[in-house]
Ligand binder design. Structure first.
Ligand code: PLP
Length: 384
């Protein structure tokens, strides 16, 4: 699609003009910038972007334009990417498990904020990481966890220490001369503000147990995107709950707040345009993209039902909607969307299904399994 228009009006215009045979990931930079500004204005602290959710260069550049000045990075690749695209921005190396070579890479890149969730990984940091970089203290944040609350996906099963263990690590961090902070991640697509409330209260208990006042409290990512019709996330309600609980828990000496949203910032700025390859015997729908491509997340966290079905002329199909089983293009039987998706009765082979809110954990997890996954990219003014 390279020689075509550089900015289209919307997905319908792309479909009408190109009738693309391969899936297209459609990006609306204005939507991304608006969302970033909403976080910056509404969140009571520093907003850092979790690069892993969508590391496209255009995403990073638009976030920098919108005023994002910090990034949550998880690997040497992401450290270098942000060093190149956003020089001077804060980089928080918040993958709590790293090889010695990865730690050395972070040190050479000038990383000043690290997280950790185990004594053995903390030993590795203490042995290698300086306490100061260019005259500023280096921060180490124990990451703690609670049983999963309100999120659709349990990150706590892989990362996070118990509150008692986090308190012990906090004491070691402070004793060794690093800046003591705390971090947690409530789990992705967390629609319940109460999850942050529980975590912040426990952060207060950890500080009391440890006898340490932390400089910063990172409340993680997990901010929801708009995936299901009629359940539009209320980000401001979450921001307000975070501010209120922090004030109640810590009073005058409240730590500075940091958040590290991925999905909440990038997901709703993209739509995935997939083509219907077949409506097999009038029933099951086969798309040219599936769980090995841009829809990798759906079996894990559920269907996106904000979908439009457009004809090859870019016109919406007006039919009554009813449930259909949707398969992806590969020959693997797991290449199927969970449950059923409501699609218009008059859908036909050659139509397009536009999945809204598809920008997180989609371009990055796209594979070339079975020779599919040739994902094209396009930029639009608006997503509908
Ligand atoms: C993945 C991740 C994030 C971003 O999560 P979202 O649910 O996309 O907001 C933030 N922090 C950490 C530590 C992560 O691993």
């Amino acid at each position: 699609m390279g020689e075509q228009k550089t900015v289209w009006d919307n997905p319908a215009e792309i479909i009408r003009h190109l009738q693309p045979e391969h899936p297209v990931m459609v990006f609306a930079p204005t939507v991304l910038q608006d969302r970033a500004r909403q976080f910056i204005a509404g969140f009571p602290g520093l907003v850092t972007y979790a690069v892993k959710s969508n590391p496209e260069e255009a995403v990073i550049q638009n976030l920098v334009s919108a005023g994002i000045r910090g990034f949550d990075v998880a690997s040497p690749f992401e450290i270098d990417l942000i060093g190149r695209l956003a020089p001077g921005a804060a980089r928080h190396y918040h993958n709590p498990v790293r090889s010695k070579a990865e730690i050395a890479h972070g040190i050479a890149a000038g990383i000043r904020a690290w997280s950790v969730d185990s004594a053995s990984e903390l030993d590795k940091l203490l042995a290698q990481v300086p306490t100061q970089v260019e005259g500023e203290g280096v921060e180490i944040s124990p990451r703690f966890k609670l049983p999963v609350l309100g999120a659709v996906y349990d990150f706590g099963s892989k990362f996070g220490a118990s509150p008692e263990y986090a308190a012990e690590m906090l004491q070691r961090v402070a004793a060794r001369g690093y800046v003591p902070s705390l971090t947690f991640h409530p789990g992705t697509q967390c629609v319940d503000p109460g999850a942050w409330e529980s975590y912040i209260r426990v952060a207060g208990e950890i500080c009391q147990m440890a006898g340490i006042a932390v400089r910063r409290l990172n409340v993680g990512g997990g901010f929801p995107s708009y995936r299901v019709q009629g359940v539009e996330p209320d980000l401001q309600a979450i921001f307000d709950k975070i501010a209120e609980t922090t004030a109640e828990t810590f009073g005058e000496n409240a730590p500075q707040l940091v958040c590290e949203p991925g999905r909440g910032i990038c997901a709703d700025a993209f739509a995935l345009v997939a083509r219907i390859k077949a409506v097999r015997d009038g029933a099951n729908v086969f798309l040219n993209d599936g769980v090995y491509g841009g829809l990798a997340e759906l079996p894990i966290i559920g269907n996106i039902d904000r979908v439009q079905v457009l004809t090859p002329e870019g016109r919406p199909r007006p039919g009554e909607r009813s449930g259909r089983v949707i398969f992806g293009p590969t020959c693997d039987s797991v290449d199927r969307l969970p449950g059923e998706l409501n699609l218009p009765d008059d859908i036909a082979e050659g139509d397009y299904v536009v999945f809204q809110g598809a920008g997180a954990y989609s371009t990055v997890t796209n594979t070339r399994f079975n020779g599919f996954g040739q994902l094209a990219h396009a930029t639009v003014m608006a997503l509908e």
